[in-house]
Design a protein around this ligand. Structure first.
Ligand code: F0G
Length: 424
């Protein structure tokens, strides 16, 4: 099986271009990477992965940000707004209250548009240029649309985004709007938007830059590479576990691919690969259901709901890549309630780190798994926080404290300070 951790490095097929090709994860069919636009396998419709004739070692990486990892990517440079190189924060109070040996927060909200999507787009838009396509499109719960709009405009390309009406946080729509995307609000959920945009892409109307696009996941691999390099520098060891929120399961798939490639390159021992641990909201948890039931496939949830609108997704398209990632690494998946998500958002804000609700799910999930004893107290853990607090100002304001009206004089302000806070 090509997605096993112990898979051998494949032989380079004749259709490779400069040592890069696409391979179907289901039937193994290979394709030239940039001759035609293609998102899935022509033979069996399986998901595709990018393959390389040569895999880099840590010594090959140089520079800063996503393109530091050029040797693990299909190009040496891309359409860039200086993405990646995000902080790996220490959070001593949270570490102590959750009760693990080490907890670090990889805050992807510190990317140019405020989410990890920038890492995928810098590569994806570069590929779009290689293919010579005109219009770029995506379905989105918000962050992908913000990143696509920004990177598309940076690359001088037209962008079209389909969003679930009324279910996208204000900051994200503002970004897509200002960066000049054409925004279509669909009377349906994210999964319906993705169905439509896939059909538009199949008709040649637009180049699809959702995480179904295998090149986007190449950029997102760099999250895993940065976490590993950060832990190796600070602890001389990779983390035992990486906890991350799951929507379409693109990151789960991308991190797993990064680790598989390091194993194949002889840089990482199979037994040392961090346990990939996915967290979903209770109201949108098809991956958790599949992991709990030991299922080979994910059942599509038609009705999904959660305050964490970024992960309000019922049909995780990357599940065939992500399920082996969770299982082969010895990880797991867990669902958390909206209340647990908001509580975690407050907890991490109490360490000075502002994240949107979906991001806080990773911390809520870790807390829950630690309380259940699934995570041990001697573990070194990295939690991924995927988007910035300002993405969803309404959720932040609702989770935080109310402003207190006071009169415009010092005596009145002093009286207010002396009284109990009206709300917390
Ligand atoms: N966290 C945030 C903040 C997100 O925006 C997303 C996905 C995820 C987590 C889930 O990541 O799909 O790799 O499992 N947002 C997509 C979007 C769907 O349209 O912005 P995943």
């Amino acid at each position: 099986m090509s997605l096993s951790l112990s898979a051998e490095q494949p032989d380079e097929p004749a259709d490779a271009d400069d040592g890069v090709w696409l391979e179907c994860i289901e039937c193994g069919e290979t394709f030239a990477p940039f001759d035609d636009v293609r998102y899935t396998c022509d033979e069996c419709d399986g998901l595709l992965e990018v393959r390389y004739a040569e895999l880099p070692t840590f010594d090959d990486f140089e520079g800063h940000g996503v393109w530091r990892y050029a040797d693990a990517l299909p190009f040496a440079e891309g359409v860039s707004i200086q993405e990646g190189a995000t902080p790996l924060y220490e959070v001593p109070r949270l570490e102590e209250s959750i009760g693990v040996e080490t907890l670090r927060i990889k805050h992807e909200g510190m990317n140019p548009t405020g989410s990890f999507k920038d890492r995928g787009m810098t590569v994806g838009v570069r590929v779009a240029k290689e293919l010579g396509v005109g219009r770029l499109a995506c379905a989105s719960t918000g962050n992908t649309s913000a990143a696509l709009a920004a990177y598309g405009s940076r690359g001088g390309m037209e962008t079209l985004v389909l969003l679930p009406a009324g279910k996208v946080a204000a900051g994200k729509i503002a970004q897509a709007s200002l960066h000049g995307a054409r925004i279509l609000e669909v009377d349906g959920n994210f999964d319906a938007c993705l169905d439509i945009v896939q059909e538009l892409a199949a008709k040649g109307e637009a180049y699809l830059l959702n995480s179904l696009n295998p090149f986007r996941l190449e950029g997102q691999k760099t999250i895993g590479l940065e976490i590993l390099e950060g832990f190796l520098a600070d602890y001389d060891a990779v983390p035992d576990r990486i906890v991350l929120p799951v929507g379409n399961a693109g990151n789960t798939s991308a991190l797993y691919k990064a680790f598989r490639e390091l194993v194949q390159a002889g840089e990482l021992d199979e037994d040392d690969v961090p346990k990939l641990t996915g967290v979903q909201a209770e109201g949108a948890a098809p991956m958790v259901e599949a992991i709990e039931n030991g299922a080979d496939e994910v059942r599509r949830w038609d009705d999904v709901e959660t305050r964490a609108t970024a992960i309000r997704i019922g049909n995780p398209v990357n599940a065939p890549k992500a399920l082996p990632g969770i299982r082969e690494t010895g990880g797991t998946a867990v669902a958390v309630s909206d209340e647990e998500i908001t509580e975690a958002q407050r907890d991490i804000a109490g360490e000075g780190i502002g994240v949107e609700p979906a991001s806080a799910a990773s911390i809520a999930g870790l807390r829950k798994l630690r309380a259940e004893g699934v995570v041990d107290d001697d573990e070194r853990v990295a939690c991924l926080t995927t988007g910035h607090l300002l993405k969803d100002p309404d959720a932040a304001a609702a989770a935080g404290s109310e402003p207190e009206p006071v009169p415009a004089d010092t005596a009145g302000v002093l009286a207010s300070i002396a009284s109990e806070r009206s709300s917390e």
